[in-house]
Design a protein around this ligand. Structure first.
Ligand code: ATP
Ligand code: MG
Ligand code: ZN
Length: 456
């Protein structure tokens, strides 16, 4: 059988299995039991704490023929179909990828039909805050007067982004982070079922690292189990979390900013081989680069990010390089949704090859030749000409000549007499350097010319 990650394998199937979230569970169970289910709910709270899970359990509870006291049986066809994601009266829409007005229109169409198998149709709109303004507007009417026996559940991690018009039409249910002790108990239970040897200390470390997010806790345990080959003790978890720690992420960011592509790719591959969740790592990287940009760009980052001192070292990189790196990291994240994450991230790393050559605009100006240098650039043809002259006398003639630029040629004014005397050399110079032209002038005060005296 294919390997099912812990976070999916141990998704609670009934209200009683949900850890923490006592208030949401009580509200929903009571609503089902008493037949007072709202038309629309808004589940708001941090990621990975059970919003989608509870929305699915609600769909079961409303349709399970054997439900007792609002709790679904978990065994019947309805319950099993919901678990497998094939129950026809449960529709899940991911607003992150279906956020436009057409998607909502399609949804409104579908809403008009009666339930096929069960008593209630349930629509889960995940990441609801991602819907466009137009999509929200199109949804308003439906939320206000939904067809009977239809329940909407909007889930969001960003409560603030839901328009008030939508909020006022939904019953709001707030989810909280799961307390550490409860996470530890939950992980212990998984270890027992999986036959993993674990130390309480190790589980505490995982609980702390997951910051109340149950999905992260389950997936960290899963990965630590692979890393420790079936043993989850303190040492294993410390090693494992160390690899995923902030310092490692910062070092990786440095690799990108310094275009150390070989190091970065080697590191990514080793993470992947050790069974790491690369997506989680990339999330941390994204977080780190935005902090670095804020520290670089803000006058007073103290008030904006609390661990700003940890990111001060990134001030030494040009803002342009930081911004470009942020763009490639972000692009890597999007690409990882449609292709194998390791490949997507490696491509992002390759794009960092040019980062080390990015100069700040101020320095770029300096790197361009100044007016002074441009002028000296113009003098170059003469220097070139002079370089090819060995005879010191001829050199002297050239140096003393008045120079002028005419129609892209370097014109040297030479006394006719001198010209005649050194004709052979000068003509051969002209043949070598087509940009040179001689203009002859009559000598007037030959005797009083000091340069002539010195020369002959
Ligand atoms: N309260 C919980 N009790 C037990 N397991 C949980 C709980 N919350 C989350 N999980 C675990 O995390 C996984 C993800 O949970 P779920 O999809 O419900 O999170 P979510 O709140 O919808 O997160 P997101 O905002 O990222 O969509 C579940 O499959 C389950 O393994
Ligand atoms: Mg969810
Ligand atoms: Zn059932």
């Amino acid at each position: 059988m294919a390997y099912v990650p812990f976070a999916r394998k141990y998704r609670p199937k009934k209200f009683s299995q949900v850890v923490g979230q006592e208030a949401p569970v009580r509200i929903l169970k009571n609503a089902v039991r008493s037949g007072k289910v709202a038309h629309a709910y808004l589940f708001a709270g941090p990621r990975g704490v059970g919003k989608t899970t509870l929305a699915r359990i609600l769909a079961k509870a409303l349709n399970c023929p054997n439900a007792k006291e609002g709790e679904p049986c978990g065994e019947c066809e309805v319950c099993r179909e919901v678990d497998r994601g094939v129950f026809p009266d449960l529709v899940e829409l991911d607003a992150a990828s279906n956020r436009g007005i057409d998607d909502v229109r399609a949804l409104k169409e579908a809403v008009q039909y009666k339930p096929i198998k069960g008593k209630h149709k349930v629509y889960i709109i995940d990441e609801a805050h991602m819907l466009t303004k137009e999509a929200f507007n199109a949804l308003l009417k439906t939320l206000e007067e939904p067809p009977p026996s239809t329940v909407f559940v909007l889930c969001t991690t960003e409560y603030d982004k839901i328009p008030p018009t939508i909020l006022s039409r939904c019953q709001r249910i707030l989810f909280s982070r799961v307390p550490h002790e409860k996470i530890v108990d939950y992980l212990k239970d998984i270890c027992k079922k999986e036959g993993l040897k674990c130390e309480e200390e190790a589980l505490k470390l995982i609980a702390r690292a997951s910051e109340g997010c149950m999905r992260d806790a389950a997936s960290l345990l899963d990965q630590a189990g692979v890393y420790g080959e079936g043993k989850v003790d303190r040492k294993v978890v410390e090693d494992f979390l160390g690899l995923l720690g902030e310092n490692t992420v910062k070092e990786f960011l440095r690799m990108l900013l310094e275009s150390r592509v070989d190091d970065a790719i080697r590191f990514l591959r080793s993470l992947s081989e050790k069974g790491y969740n690369l997506t989680k790592f990339w999330e941390m990287l994204e977080d780190a680069v935005s902090k670095a940009i804020l520290v670089k760009g803000l006058k007073n980052p103290e008030g904006v990010i609390n661990d700003y001192a940890q990111y001060e070292e990134f001030k030494k990189y040009p803002l342009e390089a930081l911004l470009y790196t942020e763009t490639i990291i972000n692009r890597g994240k999007t690409d990882a949704r449609t292709r194998e994450p390791l490949r997507a991230y490696e491509l992002a790393v390759l794009k960092s090859l040019i980062v080390k050559d990015i100069l700040p605009v101020s320095q770029l100006k300096k790197a361009l030749p100044s007016k002074e240098e441009q002028r000296s650039e113009e003098r170059k043809p003469f220097e070139k000409l002079l370089e090819s002259v060995k005879d010191p006398l001829v050199r002297r003639i050239l140096e003393d000549a008045k120079k002028e630029e005419k129609n892209g040629k370097l014109v040297l004014r030479v006394d006719r007499e001198l010209y005649e005397r050194y004709k052979k050399e000068l003509e051969s110079l002209k043949a070598q350097h087509p940009f040179v032209e001689f203009e002859l002038q009559e000598v007037k005060k030959k005797e009083s010319d000091p340069s002539n005296k010195r020369l002959f």
